[in-house]
Each structure stands twice: as structure tokens, then as C-alpha cells.
Ligand binder design. Structure first.
Ligand SMILES: Nc1ncnc2c1ncn2[C@@H]1O[C@H](COP(=O)(O)OP(=O)(O)O)[C@@H](O)[C@H]1O
Ligand SMILES: [Mg+2]
Length: 679
């Protein structure tokens, strides 16, 4: 293909004439005809000259035509001096040596990167990427040199691509506005169109781009690719035996891999304070606090999933407000990063894909399920389960690579997963409910069992919150340093943990077994972190916490079912006893005199509905926590989800009461008897 283009150009311009005219012009300028003729190859001169003779315009455009997508010409364009070592240095970003600083006419056109000020021939060049070109003279006038600053110092270090020869990029190393060097693997696709997105990212990262040199910048980035090649990972997580984080790759083969993303600096996996500080102020306080141990173990469990060939999933801390649930998540996050690590459930199912790419093989912390549209919860739980995003169509209509992921999830909320999903009109399928295991955050002091000399649950939570701000981001990396070099058979090890009596799901269903497996993994992760010297916990502490987690999960599930059954029974019994005496037809003209009215009834195609007054509902549910009981009714489908105002008692028109509406709880009688044990 490049040949064709090349030939077209050659035919168009009269190759030989062009070659001769440029070569001799250059020779006359630098006074070395011999060398110029040798160096000048057909391609570069042709490309340049066509552009010039057709547009007679900006140097930038000359190069553009010479380079844009025409491989043969591109190489040659570079090739003017690519034959000389100096040029290779200039392009691949090795600091310019004195000899190669400002190129002679025979080396042009070419790019040079100056890390510092350069003085040459009485002139001074600012640090940065420079383009040195030639402008052929009109008629017989000699060519003149041109020079344009493209941007602040930026070296192209390596070609990057994923394992499948796709997602090509360039590893860039550049000096930002503050004079600090940093690296970024730039996806080449950002150069598409006018390249605005790319410039936006570079500018945001502190590269200064000369406004008139937009095209030159694109040319520079696509100039002859450096020889060094690296594998790029588009997701956080395992890439072969290495573990990729946005700013670091950990493992024995780490130097060949880099995280590549179209977005600038990710601020999730950040670091602050020290590992020792984290161990003293967070890990040490977990001893005696099973939920905190669980949260921390969960955080280490992310990278273990792949090593153990285990399915993704997680635990959901359920409890009243201000018990320390968010604190548990913050503690878990402190293993990997700072305040930005924790996500909110508010993320939509679409946003999940991006989040999962950042937290793949890692911890995904989703706080406060009530902030999420209940209709989305099901989709998110589903996405977490199947580990892949919605198929996205590329611009050409082709299906783009699907982001896959596997995370360990820590979640929190005042409602269980099933209740929340039910609000969105979905009955949690058994598989979904077991994907995120509900763990009640109801211990001795809120979420805590032991306060470690702190005066209250509040003080304990606040101390953990503070510590997570001060010390974070170290433990996870230290864990990976060991895990990436640990050749143990973790699948076999996990099987051994699963076989422990603590995780026996005897007498339970298949779901109990899956849950037991999840807790066994938590135990394994926590114990490995201890063995690697990261947590400072005594041996067995994490294992016991996981066992306790399994126990309370089972208890909550059992009693949850049991309680729900009692609630449904109670309401259906109430209707049986009082359905005729204390309720009347809602659609009948004229008020039926009723003593101690509990509500009305109405026949629908789906059976009889009982419209309870608030007092009637409270009476029927006496002895149960009112809101939890309503949750249970809702979970069973006997009570519809709250309206837009968040209230479950909804305005209903009662014929005898005239045009005004009365707030009533509508209970579907047919749902009280049937499948309430399920779940
Ligand atoms: N165990 C507890 N006992 C009493 N108050 C607590 C407890 N945990 C947290 N709090 C209070 O609630 C605030 C919020 O803590 P947080 O962990 O975000 O609670 P949650 O997410 O459970 O609502 C804390 O700053 C503290 O004042
Ligand atoms: Mg909270």
C-alpha cells in the first residue's frame, strides 16, 4: 500500500527533477553536495516537494503530507538522516548530544528534543521538541532552514500494544509544567480526527503545546516508531505474571508492561503515609473486630480471585445509619488508595464498565446502595456477576473488545440487596443474592466488637476514617510484591480452606456452598497477607473472622427468611380476621359505617387488594420493626415499591370520601400466601 502511494506521488511530481532540485539546493546551502546526494532518498524529497509545490505553504503542512498515514514516505521522511545515528537519537528521544543538537541542512527535516536550553550559532533554543525543516527557495533561490517549537520536552520511548497486536500506543516521557518528568502510554487512536482529545489530555498533564504546531505534534508522535516495544494493559489487574496498576507494574516481568489509558492520571490508586502507619492505625485495630477483618481481607482477596480461579462477588454490609459501614469500606480501600478509591453505588450500569476496568482483579468498593436507582442495582449486580460490560459498537460498526473484569466487591447500605432490587421491580434471583452476601453490621458497638481503648463506636469509626486518609496505598502493593513472586498452587490452597469445618455448608443449599467458598477465599486472602508480613495479625485471626462472617451470613439469611414468613403470615391472618369487619369496598358510593376501620378493599384483575390505613398497618405489624416489616412485604411483592416521594403509603381515591385522596398501604392478598419462603 505504501508503495502505491509512494509511486503516485512520484509520478505526480516528477521524482527525479524534484530529487535533483532539492538535493542541489541543500548542497549549496551546506556546501557539501556529496553528502547531501547520498543521504537524500527519493521518498522524503518527493513527499516534501510535492507538498511545497502544490501549496507553497506552511512547513507544517509539508510534513503532514509527507507523513500522514503513508508508511513508505513517513519512514523516508525521517530517513533523511535516519541513516545517521544522530537522527535515530533525535527521534527516539535520547537526550540530544552536542553534535546532534541543532541539525545541519543535510539532516533535515527532523525533530529534536532538547531537555534544556541549547545555544547554537548565537541563537538560543528553549527546552522542548523542535522541528527543523527546509523551505525550498522560489525559482533558483537557495533553500532556507525553518525551525518550529512543537511542545515542551517529550520523548517517545516505546511502541506499546496489547497481546493481540491491537490497541497500539506510544510510551511518552515528558516534562510537565513544574519541570517533573512523567510517563504516559498514549493510545494512538487519540490521534484520530483533529487530535483535540489527545492535546486536551497532554495539556492537562502539563505538556505545553505551541498553538501553531498542532499538526507538527501529530507528525512527531507518528514519526518513525522507536524500536523498544512494550505490552500495554488496558485494565488494572493481572497481565501474565505481572500486576498492572495505573502508575506501576508489579512482578518479575514488570518492565515489559504498562497501563495504557486514554484518560489522564488516575487518582484511585494513590499512596500516602507509610505501611507501618497503616498497620498500627488500621490493621492492628481490626483484631477483635470481625467485620473490619473481613473488610481488609476482602481488599486482599481481589488479586487472589484469578490465582484461585474463583468467581467475582463480594459482601454487602447492611445496617442502620451511622454504624460504621462506610468506615468499613474506607478501611478496605486504604489498602489500595485514598479517598477517591471508594465508589458510590450511584454509578450507573454503564459507568460500571469504566469502574471495573480500574478495579479489575482488585477491590471494588461501592458505598450506600440507596443512592443507586433501584432499577440499576439489578443490572450492576448482574454485571458484577458475569464480569463483562455491555457490548459496545465501534464507529465502524464492528464490535469492540469487551471489557472483562473480576473484582472483589465491598458494598454498604441500609437495605439488603434483595430488598433494594425488589424496589426496582426485580425479584432478586437466587444467583444474584449470593453474588453479594448480606452481612449485618450490627455488632456490639455498631459495626464494632472491640474499641481498642477508644471511648465509643463513634470515636473508633472516626479514628479509622482519619487513619485511612493518612496512611493508604501501601499494603496492596506490598501484598502484590509478594504474591507476584509466589508460585504456590493457590487453587489447591483454597480447596484446603474450603474443606475446613468452619466453612462446611452441610445441611444447606447450593447457595450456602457458594457463600462458604467466598468466605474461605476471604480467609485465605487475609491469612496470606498475614504470612507476607503485611497485616501484623496473629495467625488464624483472618480465618476466624471469615468463619464468623459465614456464620452471621447464614444466621441473617435464616432468620431473615423466618421473620419474613412470620410477617407475611401475620398480615394474611389480620386480613382473614378483619377483612370483612374492618375493611369496606373502596369503590362503593356512600360511607359504610365501620368501627375501628383498618382500611378498604378493592377487587382487581389480580385479586383483592387491601388498602391499609397507617394505623391499620401498624396494628397488623405490631411486634415487628415497622420499616423492616414493610421491606419484607415489599420483597414478597405484596407491597409495591415507594413512590417518587419515597413513601410507601400512596394517595388512593376512596369513592365515599369524595375527590380527596387518602394515603394508604396497598397489600396484595395473593402475594401473602404463596412463595414467601423463597430467597
Ligand atoms: N459504631 C458506631 N457507633 C456510633 N456512631 C458511629 C459508629 N460508627 C460511625 N458512627 C458515626 O457515624 C458517622 C458516619 O460513619 P459511617 O461509617 O460513615 O456510618 P454509616 O456508613 O454506617 O452510616 C461517624 O462519623 C460517626 O459519627
Ligand atoms: Mg455510609
Amino acid at each position: 500500500m505504501s508503495n502505491t502511494d509512494f509511486n503516485d506521488m512520484a509520478a505526480l511530481s516528477g521524482l527525479d527533477a524534484v530529487k535533483r532540485s532539492i538535493a542541489s539546493a541543500a548542497a549549496s546551502v551546506i556546501g557539501d553536495a556529496q553528502r547531501a546526494t547520498e543521504n537524500a532518498t527519493a521518498g522524503d524529497l518527493t513527499g516534501l516537494h510535492i507538498a511545497d509545490s502544490q501549496t507553497g505553504d506552511l512547513n507544517a503542512e509539508l510534513i503532514n503530507i509527507g507523513v500522514s498515514g503513508v508508511t513508505g514516505v513517513q519512514a523516508n521522511n525521517d530517513g533523511l538522516s535516519a541513516d545517521t545515528p544522530a537522527e535515530t537519537d533525535g527521534v527516539t528521544g535520547v537526550t540530544a548530544t552536542a553534535a546532534s543538537k541543532v541539525p545541519g541542512m543535510d539532516e533535515r527535516p527532523c525533530f529534536r528534543v532538547f531537555d534544556d536550553w541549547v545555544e547554537h550559532d548565537g541563537g538560543k533554543y528553549r527546552p522542548g521538541v523542535w522541528h527543523f525543516g527546509i523551505k525550498p527557495g522560489k525559482n533558483d533561490a537557495p533553500s532556507t532552514p525553518t525551525e518550529n517549537r512543537v511542545c515542551s520536552p517529550l520523548h517517545i520511548e516505546a511502541v506499546t500494544f496489547d497481546g493481540q497486536d491491537n490497541n497500539f500506543g506510544r510510551l511518552l516521557r515528558f516534562k510537565n509544567t513544574l519541570g517533573r518528568w512523567r510517563e504516559w502510554a498514549m493510545p494512538m487512536e487519540l490521534l484520530r480526527g483533529s487530535g483535540d482529545d489527545l492535546r486536551g489530555e497532554l495539556l492537562a498533564m502539563g505538556v505545553e503545546i505551541d498553538p501553531t504546531a498542532k499538526t507538527l505534534l501529530a507528525n512527531y508522535l507518528q514519526a518513525k516508531p522507536p524500536k523498544r516495544q512494550m505490552r500495554c494493559a488496558l485494565q488494572v489487574g493481572w497481565c501474565g505474571d505481572s500486576f498492572v496498576l495505573p502508575d506501576a507494574v508489579i512482578g518479575t516481568a514488570a518492565s515489559g508492561v504498562i497501563f495504557q489509558s486514554g484518560e489522564r492520571g488516575h487518582d484511585e490508586h494513590t499512596r500516602a503515609g507509610t505501611l507501618e502507619g497503616w498497620r498500627e492505625e488500621i490493621a492492628a485495630r481490626a483484631v477483635g473486630n470481625p467485620l473490619l477483618l473481613l473488610a481488609l481481607s476482602a481488599s486482599f482477596a481481589g488479586p487472589m480471585l484469578a490465582r484461585c480461579n474463583a468467581e467475582g462477588g463480594g459482601v454487602h454490609f447492611v445496617g442502620d445509619s451511622s454504624t460504621g459501614k462506610t468506615t468499613l469500606l474506607e478501611a478496605g480501600c486504604s489498602i489500595w488508595g485514598g479517598a477517591n478509591y471508594r465508589r458510590s453505588w450511584r454509578a450507573t450500569a454503564n459507568g460500571m464498565e469504566g469502574a471495573a476496568a480500574l478495579f479489575n482483579d482488585c477491590l471494588l468498593a461501592l458505598d450506600e446502595i440507596s443512592e443507586c436507582d433501584p432499577r440499576e442495582v439489578g443490572a450492576i449486580v448482574y454485571a458484577l456477576g458475569n464480569g463483562r460490560g455491555k457490548q459496545r459498537a465501534g464507529r465502524t460498526g464492528s464490535a469492540r473488545a469487551v471489557t472483562r473484569w473480576r473484582c472483589f466487591v465491598l458494598s454498604s447500605g441500609e437495605r439488603t440487596i434483595a430488598t433494594t432490587m425488589q424496589e426496582g421491580g426485580h425479584l432478586a434471583k437466587a444467583g444474584q443474592a449470593v453474588r453479594l452476601l448480606d452481612i449485618p453490621a450490627a455488632r456490639v458497638y455498631g459495626a464494632w466488637d472491640t474499641l481498642h481503648d477508644l471511648p465509643s463506636g463513634t470515636a473508633f469509626s472516626d479514628a479509622i476514617k482519619r487513619a485511612a486518609v493518612t496512611h493508604h496505598g501501601h499494603a496492596g502493593r506490598a501484598f502484590l510484591e509478594r504474591l507476584t513472586r509466589d508460585g504456590q498452587d493457590f487453587c489447591a490452597l483454597l480447596e484446603r480452606f474450603k474443606g475446613l469445618a468452619e466453612f462446611s455448608a452441610e445441611g444447606g443449599e447450593g447457595q450456602d456452598k457458594r457463600a462458604a467458598g467466598r468466605f474461605a477465599l476471604l480467609a485465605l486472602a487475609g491469612e496470606m497477607a498475614t504470612e507476607y508480613g503485611i497485616t501484623g495479625w496473629p495467625e488464624g485471626v483472618a480465618l476466624n473472622a471469615a468463619a464468623e462472617g459465614f456464620r452471621v451470613w447464614r444466621a441473617a439469611r435464616g432468620s431473615g427468611n423466618d421473620e419474613r414468613w412470620q410477617i407475611l403470615n401475620r398480615v394474611s391472618g389480620f386480613i382473614e380476621r378483619h377483612g370483612d369487619g374492618r375493611f369496606s369496598d373502596a369503590d362503593r358510593d356512600g360511607e359504610t359505617p365501620i368501627r375501628d376501620r383498618a382500611g378498604w378493599w378493592r377487587d382487581t384483575t389480580e385479586g383483592r387488594e387491601y388498602l391499609f390505613t397507617a394505623d391499620g398497618m401498624r396494628e397488623a405489624l405490631k411486634g415487628f420493626d415497622f420499616n423492616r416489616a414493610l421491606d419484607a412485604l415489599q420483597e414478597a411483592g405484596a407491597l409495591s415499591a415507594p413512590g417518587a416521594d419515597g413513601k410507601r403509603a400512596k394517595p388512593e381515591r376512596i369513592k365515599a370520601r369524595g375527590s380527596g385522596a387518602v394515603r394508604l398501604y396497598t397489600i396484595r392478598n395473593d402475594k401473602l400466601g404463596g412463595d414467601h419462603g423463597a430467597g
